[in-house]
Every structure is written in structure tokens, then in C-alpha cells.
Write a new protein. Structure first.
Lengths: 1133, 196
């Protein structure tokens, strides 16, 4: 028996196709025949009819047909299905034999040829005697045939040939050997297919006809056999529906058979075959659920049919095969388009197959543990005469025996022994691993990462059993992290235990140490005695000695391993192993914590390293070093103990190099930071803890950052959630959970010990040189050097402010655009303790608004920290917000000489410009001078002298000036006429002498100038007196180039009597003036209305008295008649 | 009834696993762990459903040859997994459902235990806690409620009970209290015992 005896036979697994043999083709020497054959068998696509062709010689001997049984009465079947039957009908007994013969219709030697052909047909018929196989003849012709009916000779000769060959017309074909060969071939094979189907149909009928002769008592096996045959023929006929129906019946019949230990294997084998066929057809019919249901039913029915206990591994092997075959079918269906889901995919079946394979291995191990002296029986009971069994699933030493009693128990014993001994040679692990890896591939596809990991663990374990430790370790190592990251410690421990065994057996030092470290850790669920054993081994390894073997290892493997370990010891080489712990959970935990989030550069940086061991016994470490992002600090943070290897176990509880289980050890480190690192972050990049020492073996545990391993983040989270009160501990001990890693700290500059004061008088006034006095006083104990001042606008404000702010140290000159907004690093010199210095800064702000000013003082000082002299750079800054305001408001107005408000001025007529300077500054202002710069179009009436020189204005006070101006006629100017500029020179009253005066230029408003045809002004005294004459002279000036007719009339007033022309009409020549003299005589005292002069210009009707009233006074104050001063007043009059 | 009962944290690590002692414990651990594949998939599939419409019972996760694995997920994503012998046909969906509900209630009691820190593995530990017995209406025990300590009345049936009092002084006694619910353990045991 081959080792693959459990594999399903090929003829069962293939798709049955109608079998047709072709004879008379010489495919070796005849090119035409070769082409015909190629057209039949080459490139058969799925759309071609399902036929399997075979070329055979014309005189081929087909399997003999057994004589027909007339009665089944005495017939007792020897088994269910003969092993050769399926193959016989697939590959040996054709449904149709085709005889190819080269013959054209116009063949001259027709007669001879015809009889030769008939002979060939006869030979074929002879060898098929007793079978229903059809025979057909194909004539290979060189000429293209004429359409049917046209070729008279052809039809005659065809009929003759049929007659001679005893063929029906339907079985004679013509194959013209022309261009369209493939087309003809396809038509031919379709015709063959029909013949084949008829053949299989008759075969089915033939098998069915046997049924009536059978009886239930003796022919039970035949029921199954016949049902199977019908189904199989149906499949050959491509009638899969009926095939399925018949297979189902056959399946039920198999289970109706009386089962006994002797025939259970045969029943299971047949049940397996039929089940395979049913499932296969169900998948083919796209009813996967039916397939699954059938398979489940099959498994449930057969699970308990173990058979002989001595050969129970056979049952496991068979079960495994059932699952595997179903998995294969399922997978194949998926490849053809079926969709599987996460919970129903082929992976489960492969997985189950693997489980049974494992069970088989277990059973084989316990049943086949014969001693080496037991020889394989001779003669071999498993050999048969033909080399194969007659019936599927029978025992070779008692084939065809149906009795349930064992006729020859001795023979049986020998047979069983032979099977058991054979089973010993089976590579079980290989089978299991293949199945598991099939399952892994499936679960990977259907999103089952955990299932995949689990199967990989099993694969790893199987490799371990198969002594392939390298592969085992590779697989286990690969999946470990999945279990670790999800915190399944029980599973992790189990995997680690296997991995440790592997690494021990291979003497893989680094792996051995790594797994030991984790198995001793808090993630391990091992019992303390196990942990102690592992710890002892680990210490041995660190002392360069061999560890004790792991329990439950193969004795031979242990022996090899011990040799390997011995070699390792003698081997000189690198004995330092660095193990990064962030990916696993070692038995030493580490946390680093800086005492503060920041340190001043003049105080030492301090931090603690907390260590905790979880192993059962105290352990000593030889070195602890901390690495920083700035490696210069590394040298300061090393603890090392020069201990010899043999001291590792001595005095284990003493010294700080020893870790006591469960106790937190705190190690304090301090160092002085470099001054270059001010403003930088100091980070612990790694912590290295060395176990063992360099003379033996040394393991360096490397924590990235400030400690923590694969499990610590979750633990930290849990600890943070917990509000459990922790019991009090002695002062120098801490709770591990309460330590929070702080792996970085900032170095900040030393706290300055100077004072910086700013003295100034806010707010600043626009454009002034605002004085800011900076006072720096040193409170340091030693001299400070290199004091530098940076002052000005604080950076980061509005960009426009930078343009409009200028800073200088020299207040004596006004600064302009070229001055910067911020003065940097002005050297100020050194300062002795207690000394102070003052520096004046001048700021010119061009716009109003608030600004932030920065004053930054930096200096150097020598400091001794931890007996080390360092130069510290300290700095202190002050910021101040200064508001800038306008120093004053200037109001300008135009008034007439009567001080009446003017909206426009009249050409050539004098008017007044009044300026009003209102101080808005909270500080007193000195107006040094003012100046009116007139535009060219303006002329002055009198001198332009400043009237406000050296006036001091307090807040809210104002200084006004008045200038009399005239504007010559300019014609009509759009937007008015420019007046000029008003320039004020001023400074703070409090400002020092040398502070420059600020000139503020104010542009005066434009004024609209209008021409008038007639100007009237009056000459009259400033007051009148009752009953005293009041002479008034009116001057009428013609301002036009025309002669003007003027009508003048005086309206009488109650307060006055008057003399002069009451009504007159006169002419005034261009540019000339006419005087009118009146003598008014006041009658009443008080502010009285003058008699009003009505002037009408005939040429300018628009010229109204309204306008006129602007120029001439309308009222006058009349004093009452004096009594005492009578004489003088009369004299004046 | 069940051969294995497990409570799995939101982050998928086991909070509690109990299996019948007669069989290989590791096998059930693997079984529960692999079933999380299906649980994850089911949770992500129903992620969009409204919270109040969500069915907590996930049904049969996957069948193996010998066992059936059922799942249940609470709103806080704590998972319950129950492994049942395939041959046990007495357990239908409804029974499983009600068993899960009982388990959920029991788990809620554990969460109510003031000494239980959510996310910790559920273990029965005993702790000594100070109890003021002499206060009116006593005895009380001191219990942390949101970082403050409060006096709560003690009775044997208080959440997480039973408790035992051991007097040490006239005013204060020590309360021997199961830090994490023993009741939960008992509940699970009862569910497992029904099998045998």
C-alpha cells in the first residue's frame, strides 16, 4: 500500500467525460491523420463537448465483457465496488469506436476499398463483442463533397458502404480534408457525443434492469454498487442532476449496510467516495449550502465509526482526508466564482483536517510503539497478487471475505501489525503542517488574523515536534507579538515555553535569553518553581555555563543540544547581547523620571531611574547607563560595578546593584547641563541595563526613551484610572504604578539677579523724541560682564508700526526713516555688585496708537555649580506699552473782517484766517514759534508775525492766532484755492534744552474764491452817542470792467435821523470808487440798527442786499448822553 | 451548560476566562481568542446602527467540530464569549441569550463594586478595609467614591458581597471584603455546573 492510500483515486476526482476511441489514424507517419487528431485533442476549450478521445490501433483488444448473468439467485458479491471499474469506463471501454478510412467517392478501386473498410469495422466489432459500444465510420476524403443529393454516385456508394459495414446511415461520416478542418471536426464530435450519450443511456438501462433480480438479504452490496454505477454513467452522460439523485440514493444505501469491524473500512471508503461526488456536484450546481449540509451529515454519520481500536489511526487519517477533500472542493468552487465568508470558508475544513491529522499522529504514537526488534512480517500480508486490491476499502489479506467472523485470527494479527509498522514511517508532521498552512492561507483571505496566528502557533509546535526548530522558532516568533499586544498572557506564556525549548535545543543564545527574560517577567503566567528554574538557567548562561535542559524535550535532541552548548562555551566571540525591550515584557522594568520639567542651567539636572524585578530571586546587574540626545551627558550617568562573575550569587541582597523582586529600586543621577543647551530639551534616548558581565556573557537590556515595554502603556492607563488608595510605604520607597515616566526636561537660563527699571512720561506725543530712561542695577554677588541692552519696538507687532517707529540713543537730533525700530545688543559694559547704570533711549513714533516696547538686558556671569565653574548667560526683559497721542489739535477758520464765518471769500476783499491750537497733551507744551507760509495765490494785508511765540500750554488750553489775508481774483478755480501751511514748532515744556524742537506742519484748507461786482465798505466810528452826529462814509467800488448803474436808497430807522442822499441813481466807472457820505443822528441809546443802505445793480440783478450786508455794518452801539463829560463829548463831536 | 465563559475587555484582552477544569485550558483560550475575529467583524458591520437599536447578542460566532462559540457585546464594547459543547442540543438560541443576559447583569454588579477598577482582570481577592461600626445605622465601610472617601452601609448583600466584619476596636472594625466580585465567579460557576 502506498503512503497515500487515503488519497481519493484520480478517477473519482476527475470530471467524467464520454470515452471515444479513434482507430485507423496513423498519427506518427501520416500528416493528414496527425492534423485530424490535433484538431480533436488540441486546445479543447470549455465550449467543446465533453469527450475524452484516445487513438488506438484498429485491432485493439478492449476489455472482455463478462457473460451475462441470467440469475442472481446464487450470486454473492464480494465487495461494493471494484477498484478497476471507474477507470475501465473512463479509459478502457469506449462509448463509441470511430473507424477512420481514406476513401473518396470517385475511388477507382471502389470495390476493394469498400470491402477493406468493412473488414476493419468487423475487426473492431469482434473485439467489442458483448458490449453495447457503438461503431462509426469516418471517410477521410481529399475532395470537397457536393451538396447532399447532387452527387448521385456518392449517395449510391454511401448506401452500399453502409450495407457492407452493417452500419446505419447515421454512423457514416465524411471528413473532407480541406481548409475548414476544425469546423468539420466540431460537427463530427457533436455527432459522436450524441452516439456516446445513447450508449450511456443504454448502459444505465442495463444496470437498472438488474435491480429486479436482487434481494435485500444477500445483495445489499449490489444495491449500492448498481446505484453508484447508474450515477456514474449519468455523469458520463453529463446528466448531473440524475447523477446527483442517484449518488444520494447510493449514499443512503451505503449507510444501510450492516457494519462490522471487518467491513467498516470498506463502507467508510465508499461513503467517502459517494460523499465526495455529491459535494462536488452540489458545488457544480452552485448549491454550496447543500454541499455543506451533505458534508456535515456525512461527518456526523461516520465520526463514530472508528472500527478496530488497534487501527484507530486509520479512522483519523480517513477523517482528515474527508475534511481536506471537502476543503479542496470548496476552494476550487471559490476559484470558479463562489463567494465564501469569514465564518464559512475552506480554512475551517483544512483546520479540522489538520486536527484529525494530529489525532492520527497521537494514535499512531501510542499504537505503533513496537519495539525495534519486531520485524515487518514476511510474506508481506499487504501484498496482493496483482499489486492492487480487488475492491475499494478491503483488507488485502482477506479480500472478498464477507463473513464478520475472523477466519484466521493469526493472519489478521500479522496484517494489523504490518499496517501499524507502516504507519510508523508516515511523516505525520509534514501532513499536519501542509494542512495548517493551507488553512492559514484561507484565514488570511477571510480576515481572521487571530485564527491565522493560532494556526501558525500550531504549525510552529508541529515543526518543533518534527525537530525543525529553526522553522518552529521563526513561526512562533512571528506570532508572539500578536498575543503580546492583545495581552493574552496565558497564550503568550505557552508559546514562549515552546520557543524557549526550541532555542535551548538549538543553543541559540540570544533567543534563549530573550525568551527567558520574558518568561520571568510579569506577563508570564508560569508558576514560581518554573520561574526559579528558568532564572537559575539564565544566571548559568550569563556565567558562560550550560543551562539545564528544558523539561519534556526529546532525549536525543537534548543530547545534541548539550554538545552545542558546550561548543558555545568554548567558542570565543561576542558575548554581549543587546536586547531591545520595547517589543516584549522583560522581567526588569524601568522608568526614568526627571525631577522637574525644566532645570535652570546653574543647578544640576537630577533624575531618577526606577528599576523593578519581577523574577522570583534577587538579581544583580553589572552596569546601568543612560543615553541622552546630547551624548556628552552619557558619561555622567553610568553606574558600574566591577564584580567578578562568581560573585553574582554572593551577597545578592546587598548593594545597589541588586534588584530584589517586587521592590522598586531608585537610582539618583545628577549632572550639570552645558550652557550651550540652554533653551534646548534634554531627552533620555535610552536606558541600558547590563546583566552578567563581559567575562562571562552579558545581556544589555535596552529601553528606548524613558523606559517602558510592550505592556507598560496599558498598565499606566489602568493605574491612572484606579482610585485605589495605596498603603503607605516607608519614606524612601514608592509605588511602582504611581511613577510616571518623564523622559525629557528643558534647560532654561539662570534666573537673572538684576533689576531693570524704565522711567518715562507717557503718553508719547506724535513725532516727539520720547525719552525712555532704562536703569539696570546688579544684585549679583559677583561682577557681571558683557552687559548688553536690546531695546525698541517689540518684534512681532504690526509691520506698519516698524515703519513708523524709530529708536535712537541720541536725543539731540531728530531721527528719520533710516533709524531702526529696535536697537540690538548695545554694549553697556560690566557692572559690579550693587552698581547701577542708566541709559536713555529716544523713541520717535510717527503715528498714534499703542506700541509694545521691549527692553532686554543680557549679561554673563561666572557660577560654580557642583564644583564646576560655568559661564552663565542671564537675561532679563521688560516690556512696556506706550500710547502715542497727538500733542494738540489745530482748528482753522475763515472769517470776514466782521468776524462772521465765511464759507467763501471774495476776490480782493480782505478776510481773516484764524488758527486755534488746543493742547491735547497731558504734559505742558511750549509753542516755540508758529509760522504761516502762504500759498502764492494769497497775499497778506499786514505783517505775518507769530502771535504765540514761547507760549506754554497746559492741558486743555489753546492758543489762537489771526491773520488778515486777501486773495486776488483768480477766476473760477475748481476745489478752491490753496491757502498755505501753518507750521508750529514745539516741545515739551519739561524737555531738556538740547532736545530738538519739533516742527509740525499743518496744511491749511483750500478756500473758494468768488468775484463780486460791487464792493461796499463803510467808514464809521466805533460807537455813537445819543444826539450827537455820527458821520458815515460808504465807499462803493466797481469791481467789474463795465460801467455800472447803481440805485441806492436808504431805509429810515426809528433810532436815527440822518442827512445825506436818501435815494440816488448813479454810475460808477470800471475800477473806480464812489463815496457816499451820511450823517446819522442817533436818537436812542443801545445797540441800534443803522439805517439800511439798499443798493440795486441794474446789470446784476442777483446782487442782493443780503450779500451786501456782509460787508457793511448793520448796527452800532449808541451810548447815552453823558452828563459830566458833556463838554468833552461835544468837543469830540 | 457552558464549557467555557470569557469576558473580554474593549481592548481585546481577557478580563476573565473560566473553562471546565477537565479539559485543556489552553485550547479554550485559543478558541475564545480566535472567536474575536468574528466578533470584531460583527461589531464593525453593525457600527452604523443606532445604539438603542443595537442587538447585544451576536449569536453563533463559528462552529467547530466539537464546540459552538457564542458572542455578546455590551455597549461599552466588553465582549462575552461562551463556548458550548456541540452535542448539547438542549441549548437553543433563547437559552444562550438568557445566559448572556444573566452574565451581563452579573458583570454590571462587578462594575458597581466600588473596589473594582474597570479594565482590571476580574479576580476574587480579599482585602481589609476599615469599617466604622459604631455610627448610627452602621456598620459602614469607608469606600472611595470618585476620589473622596465615603461611609457606606455594609450588609452581607452589598454589591460585591458577602462581607465579613472583624472587630478590632470599639469604634473601628476591619471589613474583610472581596475586592472583585465573588458573586460573579459564583454566577459563572453555576452556568458551568449545569452542564455536568
Amino acid at each position: 500500500m502506498s503512503p497515500t492510500q487515503w488519497d481519493l483515486p484520480v478517477e473519482l476526482c476527475c470530471r467524467p467525460m464520454a470515452f471515444v476511441t479513434l482507430t485507423g489514424l496513423d498519427v506518427v507517419y501520416n500528416a493528414v491523420h496527425r492534423a485530424v487528431w490535433d484538431a480533436f485533442c488540441a486546445n479543447r476549450r470549455a465550449d467543446r463537448v465533453p469527450i475524452s478521445f484516445k487513438v488506438l490501433p484498429g485491432d485493439h483488444e478492449y476489455p472482455k465483457c463478462r457473460p451475462k448473468r441470467t440469475s442472481y439467485e446464487w450470486y454473492i458479491p464480494k465487495g461494493i465496488l471494484k477498484t478497476g471499474w471507474m477507470n475501465k469506463h473512463l479509459n478502457l471501454v469506449p462509448a463509441l469506436v470511430v473507424v477512420f478510412y481514406e476513401l473518396d467517392w470517385d475511388e477507382p478501386q471502389w470495390k476493394e476499398k469498400q470491402s477493406e473498410c468493412a473488414t476493419r469495422v468487423e475487426i473492431v466489432r469482434q473485439s467489442l463483442q458483448g458490449r453495447n459500444t457503438k461503431v462509426a465510420v469516418v471517410l477521410i476524403q481529399k475532395k470537397t463533397p457536393l451538396p447532399p443529393g447532387e452527387d448521385v454516385i456518392a449517395s449510391e456508394r454511401a448506401a452500399a458502404l453502409c450495407n457492407a459495414c452493417e452500419l446505419s446511415g447515421k454512423s457514416l461520416f465524411v471528413l473532407p480534408h480541406t481548409d475548414h478542418l476544425v469546423g468539420y471536426i466540431i460537427r463530427l464530435e457533436n455527432a459522436f457525443y450524441e452516439h456516446a450519450q445513447t450508449y450511456y443511456y443504454t448502459e444505465i438501462r442495463r444496470v437498472k434492469s438488474h435491480k429486479e433480480f436482487l434481494n435485500k438479504t444477500t445483495h445489499q452490496l449490489l444495491f449500492v454498487r448498481h446505484q453508484f454505477k447508474i450515477a456514474f454513467f449519468s455523469e458520463l452522460k453529463q446528466d448531473t442532476q440524475n447523477a446527483l439523485k442517484n449518488y444520494r440514493t447510493a449514499y443512503n444505501l451505503v449507510h444501510e449496510l450492516r457494519a462490522h469491524e471487518t467491513n467498516i473500512l470498506e463502507i467508510k471508503t465508499m461513503a467517502g467516495f459517494i460523499n465526495y461526488k455529491i459535494c462536488r456536484l452540489c458545488f457544480q450546481h452552485n448549491t454550496p449550502l447543500d454541499a455543506i449540509a451533505q458534508f456535515r451529515k456525512h461527518i456526523d454519520l461516520c465520526k463514530k465509526k472508528i472500527g478496530s481500536a488497534e487501527l484507530s489511526f486509520e479512522h483519523a487519517a480517513w477523517m482528515s482526508k474527508q475534511f481536506q477533500a471537502f476543503g479542496d472542493l470548496f476552494d476550487e468552487a471559490i476559484k470558479l466564482g463562489l463567494t465564501a465568508i469569514q465564518t464559512q470558508n475552506p480554512g475551517f475544513y483544512y483546520q479540522q483536517a489538520a486536527y484529525y491529522a494530529q489525532e492520527r499522529k497521537q494514535l499512531a504514537k501510542s499504537l505503533c510503539n513496537h519495539e525495534a526488534s519486531i520485524m515487518y512480517p514476511n510474506p508481506d500480508p499487504l501484498e496482493t497478487q496483482t499489486g492492487v486490491l480487488d475492491f475499494y476499502g478491503q483488507r488485502s489479506w482477506r479480500q472478498g471475505i464477507l463473513s464478520f467472523d475472523l477466519s484466521d485470527p493469526e493472519k489478521e494479527k500479522v496484517g494489523v501489525l504490518a499496517i501499524q509498522l507502516k504507519e510508523r514511517n508516515v511523516a505525520h508532521s509534514e501532513i499536519i503542517i501542509t494542512l495548517l498552512s493551507n488553512a492559514v492561507a484561507q484565514f488570511k483571505k477571510y480576515k481572521c488574523p487571530r485564527m491565522k496566528s493560532h494556526l501558525m502557533v500550531q504549525m510552529g509546535e508541529e515543526y518543533y515536534y518534527a525537530k525543525d526548530y529553526t522553522k518552529a522558532l521563526k513561526l512562533l516568533d512571528y506570532v508572539m507579538c500578536d498575543y503580546r499586544s492583545e495581552g493574552w498572557w496565558t497564550l503568550l506564556t505557552s508559546i514562549l515555553t515552546t520557543a524557549l525549548k526550541c532555542s535551548y535545543l538549538m543553543a541559540q543564545l540570544k533567543d534563549y535569553i530573550t525568551y527567558s527574560l520574558e518568561l520571568l517577567g510579569r506577563a508570564s503566567t508560569l508558576k514560581d518553581d518554573q520561574k526559579s528554574r528558568i532564572e537559575k538557567n539564565l544566571i548559568n548562561v550569563l556565567m558562560n555555563e550550560s543551562p539545564d535542559p528544558e523539561p519534556d524535550c526529546d532525549i536525543f535532541a537534548v543530547k545534541t543540544a548539550q554538545k552545542l552548548w558546550a561548543d558555545r562555551i568554548s567558542l570565543a566571540g561576542s558575548n554581549i547581547f543587546t536586547i531591545g525591550v520595547q517589543d516584549f515584557v522583560p522581567f526588569v522594568q524601568c522608568k526614568a523620571k526627571f525631577h522637574a520639567p525644566s532645570f535652570h542651567v546653574d543647578v544640576p539636572v537630577e533624575f531618577d531611574i526606577y528599576l523593578k524585578a519581577d523574577c522570583p530571586h534577587p538579581i544583580r546587574f553589572s552596569k546601568l547607563c543612560v543615553s541622552f540626545n546630547n551624548q556628552e551627558y552619557n558619561q555622567f550617568c553610568v553606574i558600574e560595578e566591577a564584580s567578578k562573575a562568581n560573585e553574582v550569587l554572593e551577597n545578592p541582597t546587598q548593594g545597589k546593584m541588586c534588584l530584589v523582586p517586587g521592590k522598586t529600586r531608585k537610582l539618583l543621577f545628577k549632572f550639570v547641563a552645558k550652557t550651550e543647551d540652554v533653551g534646548k530639551k534634554i531627552e533620555i534616548t535610552s536606558v541600558d541595563l547590563a546583566l552578567g558581565n563581559e567575562t562571562g556573557r552579558c545581556v544589555v537590556l535596552n529601553w528606548q526613551g524613558g523606559g517602558g515595554d510592550a505592556a507598560s502603556s496599558q498598565e499606566a492607563l489602568q493605574a491612572a484610572r484606579s482610585f485605589k488608595r495605596r498603603p503607605k510605604l516607608p519614606d524612601n520607597e514608592v509605588h511602582w504604578d504611581s511613577i510616571i515616566i518623564q523622559a525629557s526636561t528643558m534647560i532654561i537660563s539662570r534666573v537673572p539677579n538684576i533689576s531693570v527699571h524704565l522711567r518715562h512720561e507717557p503718553p508719547a506725543l506724535t513725532n516727539e523724541m520720547y525719552c525712555l530712561v532704562v536703569t539696570v542695577q546688579s544684585h549679583e554677588k559677583t561682577q557681571i560682564r558683557d552687559v548688553k541692552l536690546t531695546a525698541g519696538l517689540k518684534p512681532g507687532q504690526d509691520a506698519n508700526l516698524t515703519q513708523k517707529t524709530h529708536v535712537t540713543l541720541h536725543g539731540t537730533e531728530l531721527c528719520d526713516e533710516s533709524y531702526p525700530a529696535l536697537l540690538t545688543d548695545i554694549p553697556v559694559g560690566d557692572l559690579h555688585p550693587g552698581e547701577q547704570l542708566e541709559k536713555m533711549l529716544y523713541v520717535r513714533c510717527g503715528t498714534v496708537g499703542s506700541r509694545m516696547f521691549l527692553v532686554y538686558v543680557s549679561y554673563l556671569i561666572n557660577i560654580t555649580a557642583e564644583e564646576k565653574e560655568i559661564v552663565c548667560k542671564c537675561h532679563k526683559d521688560e516690556t512696556v506699552t506706550i500710547e502715542t497721542v497727538f500733542p494738540f489739535d489745530v482748528a482753522v477758520k475763515f472769517v470776514s473782517t466782521k468776524f462772521e464765518h465765511l464759507e467763501r471769500v471774495y476776490a480782493d476783499i480782505p478776510f481773516l484766517l484764524m488758527t486755534d491750537l488746543l493742547s491735547a497733551s497731558p504734559w505742558a507744551l511750549t509753542v516755540v514759534s508758529s509760522e504761516l507760509q502762504l500759498a502764492p495765490s494769497m497775499t497778506t494785508v499786514d505783517q505775518l508775525e507769530s502771535q504765540v511765540d514761547n507760549v506754554v500750554l497746559q492741558t486743555g488750553e489753546s492758543a489762537s492766532e489771526c491773520f488778515c489775508l486777501r486773495c486776488p481774483s483768480l477766476g473760477n478755480v475748481e476745489g478752491g484755492v490753496a491757502t498755505g501751511h501753518y507750521i508750529i514748532s514745539w516741545k515739551r515744556t519739561s524737555a531738556m534744552e538740547n532736545i530738538p524742537v519739533i516742527r509740525t506742519v499743518i496744511t491749511l484748507p483750500h478756500v473758494i474764491v468768488e468775484n463780486i461786482p460791487l464792493h461796499v465798505n463803510a467808514d464809521l466810528p466805533s460807537f455813537g452817542r445819543v444826539r450827537e452826529s455820527l458821520p458815515v462814509k460808504y465807499h462803493l467800488q466797481n469791481k467789474t470792467d463795465f460801467v455800472q448803474d447803481v440805485e441806492i436808497s436808504v431805509e429810515p430807522s426809528d433810532a436815527f435821523m440822518f442827512s445825506g442822499l436818501k435815494q440816488i441813481r448813479l454810475r460808477i466807472l470800471p475800477g473806480t470808487e464812489q463815496e457816499m457820505l451820511y450823517n446819522f443822528y442817533p436818537l436812542m441809546a443801545g445797540y441800534q440798527q443803522l439805517p439800511f443802505l439798499n443798493i440795486n445793480l441794474l446789470r446784476f440783478p442777483d446782487f442782493t442786499n443780503q450779500l451786501l450786508r456782509r460787508f457793511i455794518p448793520t448796527s452800532i452801539f449808541v451810548k447815552p448822553q453823558g452828563r459830566l463829560m458833556d463838554d468833552t463829548s461835544i468837543a469830540a463831536a | 451548560m457552558a464549557v467555557c465563559i470569557a469576558v473580554i475587555a474593549k481592548e481585546n484582552y481577557p478580563l476573565y476566562i473560566r473553562s471546565t477544569p477537565t479539559e485543556n485550558e489552553l485550547k479554550f483560550h485559543y478558541m475564545v481568542h480566535t472567536s474575536l475575529d468574528v466578533v470584531d467583524e460583527k461589531i464593525s458591520a453593525m457600527g452604523k446602527a443606532l445604539v438603542d437599536q443595537r442587538e447585544l447578542y451576536l449569536g453563533l460566532l463559528y462552529p467547530t467540530e466539537d464546540y459552538k462559540v457564542y458572542g455578546y457585546v455590551t455597549n461599552s464594547k466588553v465582549k462575552f464569549v461562551m463556548v458550548v459543547d456541540s452535542s448539547n442540543t438542549a441549548l437553543r438560541d433563547n437559552e444562550i441569550r438568557s445566559m448572556f443576559r444573566k452574565l451581563h447583569n452579573s458583570y454590571t454588579d462587578v462594575m458597581c463594586n466600588p473596589f473594582y477598577n474597570p479594565g482590571d482582570r476580574i479576580q476574587s481577592r480579599w482585602a481589609l478595609l476599615p469599617v466604622s461600626a459604631s455610627s448610627p445605622g452602621g456598620p459602614y465601610f469607608l469606600c472611595p467614591i470618585q476620589s473622596r472617601w465615603a461611609l457606606l452601609p455594609v450588609s452581607v448583600s452589598s454589591p460585591g458581597g458577602p462581607y465579613f466584619l472583624c472587630p478590632i476596636q470599639s469604634r473601628w472594625a476591619l471589613l474583610l471584603c472581596p475586592i472583585q466580585s465573588r458573586a460573579f465567579d459564583n454566577m459563572v460557576t453555576s452556568m458551568m455546573i449545569q452542564v455536568c
